[in-house]
Design a protein around this ligand. Structure first.
Ligand SMILES: Cc1cc2nc3c(=O)[nH]c(=O)nc-3n(C[C@H](O)[C@H](O)[C@H](O)COP(=O)(O)OP(=O)(O)OC[C@H]3O[C@@H](n4cnc5c(N)ncnc54)[C@H](O)[C@@H]3O)c2cc1C
Length: 711
């Protein structure tokens, strides 16, 4: 810190010295005009020395941000002529600007980024992605002072190399203009003569051109598709929604609620993944398996022993009956009552305004693609020789696999792996990653790992499946760790839980040229619109999150923007997305954890409260877990939360609400929480934060005050 301020002091002294010795007086148009002949004569006699001195003076004055670059540039033209002047000024100004950029970065970046890291996160991300474009634009819009751009850009993560070449390129037109003006110095009365409004506007247009040029191809592509198809004169529907899962149900319901004529098409079961093969069956299975796990812990509750008799097929039957109980919520009857017309069949998009269903063509003003995703199945040698399952098919099991091999240590693999293990299967869980639940907090993953080991799940991290095989009626997988010998794992069933791929093919999108992302999901803009302007997408097929609640969240934007986009469009809000993995311990999180904050370049502070200090956790005998909150250093604003433990998913929403509405930890601390509840953990975490930020000086004064009163 001291070194930085020494440097600032040195620069301040240098600037003060320049002005004290009257050198600043040379940085005016009149002074330049008066002296330019002398300079030119000196240059004629000493060309290299003059060039060198000019170069040094220009570089240093730019580096320390002394105003007067335009005068020096004119001098370049007046003394050295157009071409040599341009070469000298272009390099001196770029090197000087880069030094100013480095100085600002050295002195201020860390402090600014630490203090405002959360607010700067979006700017940082934007600069990392498109910093070169922004800088180029700024360089050409002359109202932005040259020195200010240097100082501000130094505070961002823009690379020096990029800064250098973009600056040189962006400043080049103005350099030529000013150096050329310098060659005719006598004609200039004031600086504004050089940069007329017309030239300034032309430069600005040149500056914004790359940004516009970047956006144009997508627009052109979209409108080309529209032009290539005949637009119907009238439409059967305002909106056709393809897919009756969470995203499709919500978008069609919203359209019907605002009185649009909407058709919802589902090719299979209404309710999609969540109801039929995802959230509902998995959580039902988790409930049964948790009950069994509780029995094994009876001694914890003063009960010597407890046991259960159960039949695996009946547990799976119960899962099915839960689906049946919830089915009416997502049924054709219910949605028809809500004003949504529902049809069964596999839909295909024919044109930006037409959908084919059961051999008929339906016309519509807009289309929403909500076709979801399917489990990924890898191509592995010998897979055809073994019985494998995915989250789509595992629910048909009625005979319990004695040995279940689970491939994938993410939410689905962990939830189902633990459930099957608790139901009595010997589970081996294999993942290529070095830890379970990679996107989550490392401590959360460690606690889960420990629990899995305690429950007897065999975890193989850093392992890849090399092949499958079958011999003497026994299936096996050959797995290999990075630094381990290949191993043979025998199993009765294998479950793939290695991610889900968007359902983008076979629905006519390729022919229309709807673009997809590198992740294989449909590319949508901020308004959930695809590259074809009449087609929107939401839910698992569009991502980036693959949850029921995000499908519903983005469905709102798709429906509203598709119906009212010509009048007003709403940017999809990607902030504050909660997620819960229903393992035991449960992992619930929102926003950043320590690892993701680091990757995003945020400088944060972590406050942790362990559940073994929470009365309710002790009462319930569930003390494993914690609440971890990330805030900017010294501030109570919440940047992210991870809760691990019983009811974590139920305890999280208070933080979700706080983050969404900008309430800090002080507000949570000041809220009454009923005793003894799990939610009290939130208040205690806020209490830990408060304790860590006690006003120490004030407390010392108070201590003295009370002592004085006692005496
Ligand atoms: C095991 C598991 C557990 C999960 N647990 C949770 C959880 O606890 N919480 C959570 O938030 N999320 C959970 N999810 C994720 C959640 O299920 C999905 O994010 C959600 O269902 C996505 O909804 P969607 O509408 O985008 O897609 P889907 O629900 O997959 O719906 C897409 C629908 O489109 C239909 N379709 C496809 N193509 C066509 C066509 N051409 N014509 C007509 N119809 C078509 C399909 O038949 C399907 O019904 C879980 C997922 C799994 C697999």
């Amino acid at each position: 810190m001291n070194k930085k301020w020494l440097l600032v002091g040195f620069i301040a002294l240098l600037i003060a010295g320049i002005y004290a010795f009257g050198l600043g007086d040379y940085l005016s148009l009149d002074a330049l005009k008066a002296k330019s002949d002398d300079f030119a004569a000196y240059y004629a006699a000493n060309p290299w020395q003059t060039s060198l001195w000019f170069f040094l003076i220009y570089t240093v004055s730019t580096a320390v941000s002394i105003p007067g670059a335009s005068i020096l540039t004119l001098a370049g033209g007046a003394v050295f002529g157009l071409w040599w002047g341009v070469v000298l000024v272009s390099f001196a100004s770029t090197i000087g600007a880069s030094l100013a950029f480095l100085l600002s970065r050295y002195v201020l970046k860390e402090t600014v980024q630490t203090k405002f890291s959360d607010k700067l996160a979006d700017i940082n991300a934007g600069i990392e992605k498109e910093g070169a474009f922004y800088l180029f634009t700024l360089r050409l819009i002359v109202v932005f002072p040259f020195w200010l751009i240097n100082l501000l850009m130094g505070l961002t993560p823009l690379k020096l190399r990029t800064y250098f070449w973009v600056s040189q390129l962006g400043m080049f037109p103005a350099t030529i203009l000013f150096v050329n003006a310098g060659t005719q110095l006598a004609k200039i009365e004031q600086l504004s003569d050089i940069m007329s409004p017309a030239i300034a506007i032309s430069f600005a247009l040149l500056g914004v051109f790359p940004l516009i040029a970047k956006a144009i191809p997508n627009m052109v592509r979209g409108y080309k598709v529209l032009k290539a198809h005949k637009k119907p004169e009238s439409f059967d529907y305002n909106l056709v929604v393809i897919g009756g899962g969470s995203a499709g149900l919500v978008s069609s319901y919203i359209a019907a609620a605002v009185k649009a004529k909407v058709l919802l098409i589902e090719k299979d079961k209404m309710g999609g993944d969540c109801l039929n093969t995802g959230c509902v069956p998995s959580k039902s299975l988790i409930k049964s398996s948790r009950f069994l796990a509780e029995l094994t812990r009876s001694e914890r509750y003063g009960i010597k022993s407890a046991s259960a008799e159960f039949d695996f097929s009946e547990v799976m039957q119960r899962v099915e009956s839960v689906i049946q109980q919830i089915e009416p919520h997502d049924s054709i009857e219910r949605y028809t009552d809500l004003g949504v017309e529902c049809k069964q069949g596999a839909a295909k998009v024919l044109s930006p305004w037409e959908v084919e269903l059961n051999g008929k063509t339906i016309s519509t003003q807009n289309i929403i693609i909500a076709t979801g995703a399917k489990p990924r199945v890898p191509v592995i040698d010998g897979l055809d020789k073994v019985r494998f399952y995915t989250s789509d098919t595992i629910w048909s099991l009625r005979e319990q696999p004695k040995r279940l091999l689970v491939i994938g240590g993410g939410p689905i693999g962990c939830e189902l792996g633990q459930s099957f293990s608790r139901l009595g299967s010997k589970v081996t869980l294999v993942d290529m990653a070095e830890r379970l639940m990679t996107p989550e907090d490392t401590d959360a993953a460690s606690l889960l790992h420990k629990q899995f080991c305690d429950e007897g799940i065999d975890i193989k991290l850093g392992y890849a499946i090399e092949s499958f095989g079958s011999e003497n009626n026994e299936s096996f997988a050959i797995v290999k760790g990075k630094s381990a010998e290949a191993e043979n794992i025998p199993f009765d069933a294998v479950l793939f839980a290695i991610g889900r791929e968007a359902n983008v093919s076979g629905i006519g999108l390729e022919t229309l040229g709807v673009q997809t992302t590198p992740a294989g999901t449909i590319e949508v803009d901020k308004y959930m619109r695809t590259t074809v302007p009449t087609i929107y997408a939401c839910g698992d097929v569009a991502g980036p999150y693959q949850f029921t609640h995000t499908a519903a969240h983005y469905a709102w934007y798709s429906a509203v923007n598709s119906l009212f986009g010509s009048v007003w469009r709403f940017k999809a809000d990607h902030r504050v997305i909660p997620r819960v993995t229903f393992t035991e311990p449960e992992i619930a999180s929102v926003g950043h954890n320590e690892q993701s904050a680091k990757v995003a370049g945020l400088i944060t502070e972590t406050t942790t409260f362990k559940l073994d200090e929470l009365d309710r956790a002790i009462v319930d005998g569930k003390t494993d877990g914690f609440v971890k909150v990330l805030t900017p250093v010294g501030k109570d604003r919440i940047l992210g939360v991870t809760i691990v433990g019983e009811h974590a998913g139920e305890v999280l929403p208070e933080f979700v609400l706080a983050m969404k509405h900008g309430l800090g930890l002080n507000k949570i601390l000041g809220t009454i929480h009923a005793y003894p509840t799990w939610a009290e953990a939130n208040k205690y975490t806020a209490g830990v934060w408060k304790k860590n930020h006690q006003p120490k000086k004030l407390l010392e004064l108070l201590e003295r005050y009370h002592a004085a009163k006692r005496n």
